[in-house]
Ligand binder design. Structure first.
Ligand code: ADP
Ligand code: MG
Ligand code: ZN
Length: 630
């Protein structure tokens, strides 16, 4: 657990207390001094009024300065008031003052004497010089105290004097390899690290040095952060965890200082593990074009430190990223992060194992884990953890205290397609179109493979905007896709639109996602899988960021690009024609299945296949029924 024992200190030395104290002091002093100053307020007036007051004999004292004249006069209320006015080139002024009368005892104006403008030079001195000094001194003292408090942190706290950031060495981590399901290869690779940390002698005796660093690579949510913690938990050594972005600071040099500090502290605590999460934030390839001094300095420091420390002491550096291709080559060379540990999206077995791990944390009855695992192809460990949690939340909402398979099925849909939007009102006509669309997909899929195409279809609107949802459950894991498989999938995707066209006589926006996916697939067939007759095995596209969605960029001439479009168009059209044919050939079954779906709002794969394989279809009646109003 992270220890944060210097917390109380921090409160006492909070610099804000100094500031508040200073403000109170100023207010207090002003409260005492201001009234006196107000009495001495000087009024601006014009030269004419000054002369007039002189002639009326109201002026007592005059002080002539270089460009101003101060004078005091008796007001109508018989009070003395100090005025100021600008200097005018008036050679007669002295005569005027000599001749004029005054309320003074002497009867004449004192015009050489200084008029006291300020009540007391002492207070003035205090206000101008001593008070600010005192305030600054207090503020400075508070601040330096709080910095000291931070620097003298508790045992397990690493502190960066200059940057003020700190990192905790977590020394009792409860995560173990048992918490990481699947990912057996990664665990195997890392268990060597654990063994080394347990008994380094075994390795040093033979003269073997362990790799200094291992890089965990994989898509988001596959458990990279989790497994790094598990290594520390297994090895029972302190775990310094820091995110790459924490090194990148506003001030140049801070990041490098942090790296230095980190390694220094880690060396003292050896054996231990340093984990740098999302290392691509600092480890980006240095290219000539975009220079980011701070990042490069930090990276250089990291490279230097990795060379500098003695791995025999037992400091192991783990780093994680989902953009390995963007990392600097220097970081990956032998002697640095030379061991690469791949964390892939879990396969069927992996998903089952992950579900089991997370189901241990909730109360549940007998769960069909196989079903849930098959329904979640392509999901990451984080998705699966989320699905189990959503299922548990649903169970609570339903007023139950155990999670059921149904909860999990529902939460798979929730996580993938969004929550059900029960309140949304959909007109009968629209509902019909949606139902035909979904059944269209299912029909084309079923007729091509002659097996149950889906787990179930629902036509309950979702918060994600989907109006219907088809839950796919893959039979097993498929690692290779043939050209025919891909073509059939494209045909299935066009099946929804084909059903709309043929049965409802209209086309709707509901097919937009299908179109996008079909096009994407056809495009990949041509540009990446070498499945077009025209270009064969020529690579026309490269994929970047394979772990983050994978943006593809064309690597061919403009003319070829135009050709690709034609080829893609052809493939999709062919698939669409195939789908149309399947639906036209099976109109009766289409109507029957759609009616079933409209009535029940849900149809399972078995129910669908039963309708499909049922020879005694009562055709005519259901056609009338179904097409009415659409
Ligand atoms: P990453 O760092 O790869 O993006 P995380 O390690 O942060 O992913 O994983 C997020 C969460 O997903 C974990 O806390 C855990 O609950 C769950 N998870 C991911 N992979 C696994 C796995 N292989 N086994 C068990 N849980 C996992
Ligand atoms: Mg992570
Ligand atoms: Zn569709």
């Amino acid at each position: 657990m992270a220890v944060e024992q210097q917390n109380d200190d921090r409160v006492r030395h909070n610099p804000y207390y100094g500031i508040i104290f200073g403000i109170i002091l100023v207010l207090l002093l002003n409260g005492l001094i201001m009234p006196k100053l107000v009495q001495q307020k000087i009024i601006d007036t014009d030269y004419g009024s000054f002369i007039q007051m002189v002639e009326e004999g109201k002026v007592k004292k005059v002080q002539i300065e270089e460009n101003r004249v101060f004078f005091s006069a008796v007001t109508s209320g018989n009070e003395e008031q100090v005025y100021q006015t600008g200097c005018v080139n008036d050679p007669d002024l002295v005569n005027r003052l000599l001749n004029a009368g005054s309320p003074n005892e002497t009867g004449s104006i004192e015009f050489t004497k200084t008029i006291p403008r300020e009540s007391s030079p002492l207070i003035n001195f205090l206000l101008l010089w001593v008070l600010p000094g005192v305030i600054f001194y207090l503020l400075w003292r508070q601040m330096s105290k709080s910095i000291q408090g931070r620097m003298a942190g508790g045992n397990n706290v690493l502190s960066f004097g200059k940057s003020g950031a700190k990192i905790y060495a977590d020394s009792d981590i409860s995560t173990t390899f048992a918490d990481v399901a699947g990912q057996d290869e990664a665990k195997e690779a890392l268990s060597e690290v654990v063994d080394f940390l347990h008994n380094p002698d075994k390795y040093t005796k033979v003269g073997a040095t362990l790799p200094k660093g291992a890089l965990l690579v994989g898509p988001p949510g596959t458990g990279k952060t989790l497994i790094a913690r598990a290594v520390a938990g297994e090895a029972k050594v302190p775990f310094f965890s820091i995110s790459g972005s924490e090194f990148v600071q506003m001030f140049v040099g801070m990041g490098a200082a942090k790296v230095r500090d980190l390694f220094k502290q880690a060396n003292e605590k050896a054996p231990c593990i340093i984990f740098i999460d999302e290392i691509d934030a600092i480890g980006k390839r240095r290219d000539g074009m975009s220079s980011n001094d701070e990042r490069e300095q930090t990276l250089n420091q990291l490279l230097t430190e990795m060379d500098g420390f003695d791995s025999k002491k037992g400091v192991v550096i783990l780093a994680a990223t989902n953009r390995p291709e963007s990392l600097d080559k220097a970081l990956l060379r032998a002697g640095r992060f030379d061991r690469r540990i791949q964390m892939e999206l879990p396969d069927l077995q992996g998903r089952k194992a992950i579900l089991e791990v997370h189901l241990k944390k909730v109360r549940h009855e007998e769960i069909d884990i196989d079903l849930v695992a098959r329904a979640t192809a392509g999901s990451s460990g984080a998705d699966l953890a989320n699905i189990v949690n959503e299922g548990a939340l649903r169970a609570v909402r339903m007023g139950r205290d155990v999670v059921t398979t149904e909860d999990l099925e529902e939460s798979v849909e929730t996580v993938i397609a969004g929550a059900q939007k029960k309140g949304m009102v959909i007109s009968e006509t629209e509902k019909k179109i949606i139902a035909y669309h979904e059944i269209g997909h299912a029909m084309v899929a079923a007729k091509q493979t002659n097996s149950a195409p889906v787990h179930k279809i629902t036509i309950i609107p979702r918060t994600s905007g989907a109006l219907g949802y088809t839950m796919q459950v893959d039979e097993g894991e498929q690692y290779l896709m043939s050209r025919e498989d891909l073509f059939n999938r494209i045909a299935t995707l066009t099946g929804g639109r084909a059903a709309e066209e043929i049965i409802c006589g209209t086309i709707t926006t509901g097919a937009s996602n299908d179109i996008e996916r079909a096009t994407q697939m056809a495009r990949s067939m041509v540009t990446r899988y070498g499945m077009s007759d025209k270009y064969g095995m020529m690579a026309l596209e490269t994929v970047k960021n394979a772990y983050l969605g994978g943006d593809a960029s064309l690597t061919c001439s403009d003319k070829t690009a135009a050709d690709i479009d034609k080829e893609v168009h052809r493939i999709i059209n062919e698939a669409h024609d195939k789908a149309r044919k399947i639906i036209t050939d099976n109109l009766d079954k289409m109507h029957e299945a759609t009616n079933f779906l409209l009535e029940k709002e849900t149809i399972t794969g078995e129910e669908f296949m039963k309708i499909l394989n049922d020879a005694s279809t009562k055709s005519a009646g259901s056609i009338d029924n179904a097409t009415k109003g659409s």
